[in-house]
Write a new protein. Structure first.
Length: 89
């Protein structure tokens, strides 16, 4: 446990930041699930709109160091490939 006043404050701040970051991670998962739902429904237009909405949000999480750059790039690439496959089918 923290002993000094400074370390106690850092522990308090960590709790708040962890909750905030968890909320942002949850929000990103929700946006990705919205894309998945549209892909499963074979709705190309809605899937592309959902992807356009989610893309800047995911990029913002990279800048905040909540999700790694490579993971977001991989997610966007896979989602985009699935959306393009809808158009081809």
């Amino acid at each position: 446990m923290a002993n000094s006043a400074g370390s106690k404050k850092r522990a308090r701040q960590a709790v708040v930041r962890r909750a905030h970051n968890a909320s942002l991670r949850s929000m990103s998962r929700t946006y990705v699930k919205k894309i998945d739902v549209q892909i499963e429904a074979n709705n190309y237009e809605a899937a592309t709109e959902a992807f356009k909405t989610a893309q800047p949000l995911l990029d913002g999480l990279v800048n905040k160091n909540i999700i790694s750059k490579n993971r977001v790039a991989r997610m966007k690439s896979r989602l985009n490939a699935r959306i393009k496959a809808l158009k081809a089918a």
